[in-house]
Design a protein around this ligand. Structure first.
Ligand code: 8OZ
Length: 370
């Protein structure tokens, strides 16, 4: 069996090791444009086998938080080019996470101050982060969304396709489709947020339709071997809920096996929290999910996430439970995380106060091991 530190090919992307940097929202790209500080941050972490960037909205409508980078402005593409060049020069590989927040937004962030869009007009009991007219930042309740008309859905799929093309133009090795954490794709998947009565709601095959159409469009545009997807079947993030998540995620994963995707990225449990979090009355069966994918012919790399440490990450790869393990918070505070895990060096704990927004402190000033 390979180890966590052995190379692996993920679709068309050759990686030096199986430690991935998970996507992390950092709110340090004002104007949606990656800047010098962002270049330094990603370059410092280029020894990760694969960097998955922070969520990167595909359109202004897909935006839900102040100061996140985008893929929809020419300047954003130019900014990202400098990031991807720096990471490649340092020997790393990097994909970007393409993101539409759906209902997790605020009218002040939306085109013409309009309502955020969602499968159904159900407001999320969650907060988002905006910049006040006086320049100060604030956490505010998400706005009441409006339900998408079925005629608008092809346009949003087209936005994902364009963003995937923009990502390749910006020099990324591929994209991760953000299908997790209660954002638009997840809002279609889970029954708590999808009360539609048309072809995109109700039965499992209908709720999975939007996700599968996005995957199809992106894979066709840039190649399935450069396309991955992230899912979070049980997380309550952003007020996401489904009393019976196993059947829909089993169905989705079986259908995903039909695409020759580069990777499947699975958040086990509550994102950034309890790995044993449960929705409904049964614990989620993670092994069954992977086995269904493999039995259906899925060959993509299986990437697991959520609170892994050195010991269980090494075990996950050595036992064949996973092909890759992604780390979020530990990559914030340990730019040389791969080296530290390999040599079993002490790890630095991240400072929560500097996760979101601000400048270099808590972003590019975490040292490498002595
Ligand atoms: C933390 C803060 C804002 C956004 C996610 C993109 O949960 C996020 C996110 C995380 O996937």
């Amino acid at each position: 069996m390979p180890t966590l530190f052995d190379p692996v090919s993920v679709g068309d992307i050759p990686l030096a090791n199986r430690v991935a940097m998970a996507p992390l929202t950092r709110n340090r790209s004002p104007g949606a444009v990656p800047n010098d500080l962002n270049v330094t941050y990603y370059e410092q972490r280029a020894s990760a086998g694969l960097i998955i960037t922070e969520g990167t909205p595909i359109t202004q409508q897909g935006q839900g938080y102040a100061d996140v980078p985008g893929l929809y402005l020419p300047e954003s593409i130019e900014g990202w080019k400098r990031v991807t060049e720096a990471v490649h020069r340092a020997g790393g590989r990097i994909v970007t996470q393409i993101w539409h927040v759906g209902r997790v937004s605020h009218t002040s962030l939306q085109p013409n101050g309009g309502a955020p869009v969602a499968p159904s007009a159900i407001r999320a009991k969650s907060k988002t982060y905006i910049i006040n007219p006086d320049g100060s930042g604030a956490f505010v309740d998400t706005s009441e969304p409006r339900a998408l008309d079925i005629s608008e859905i092809p346009g949003i799929i087209e936005d994902y396709r364009k963003a995937a093309r923009a990502a390749i133009d910006a020099g990324f090795d591929g994209v991760e489709i953000h299908g997790a954490n209660g954002y638009l794709i997840d809002q279609f998947l889970r029954s708590g947020t999808n009360h539609r009565a048309d072809a995109y709601g109700g039965p499992i095959a209908n709720r999975a339709r939007f996700a599968l159409e996005v995957v199809e469009a992106v894979a066709k545009e840039i190649g399935a071997g450069r396309t991955g997807i992230r899912i979070s079947p049980v997380t309550p993030s952003n007020d996401a809920s489904d009393p019976n998540p196993q059947p829909i995620f089993n169905y989705l994963i079986e259908k995903l096996a039909d695409f020759d995707l580069a990777f499947i990225h699975v958040i086990e449990g509550a994102t950034g929290g309890d790995r044993n979090h449960q929705q409904g009355d049964k614990p989620f069966d993670w092994d069954a999910l992977r086995d269904i994918y493999r039995k259906a012919g899925g060959k993509g790399a299986w990437m697991v996430n959520n609170g892994y440490d050195r010991e269980n990450a090494i075990a996950a790869v050595e036992t064949g439970k996973a092909d890759l393990v992604s780390f979020g918070r530990l990559f914030i505070s340990n730019p040389d995380l791969v080296h530290r895990l390999k040599e079993n060096l002490p790890l630095t704990e991240p400072k929560k106060e500097t996760f979101y927004g601000g400048g270099a402190p808590g972003y590019t000033d975490y040292p490498t091991a002595a």
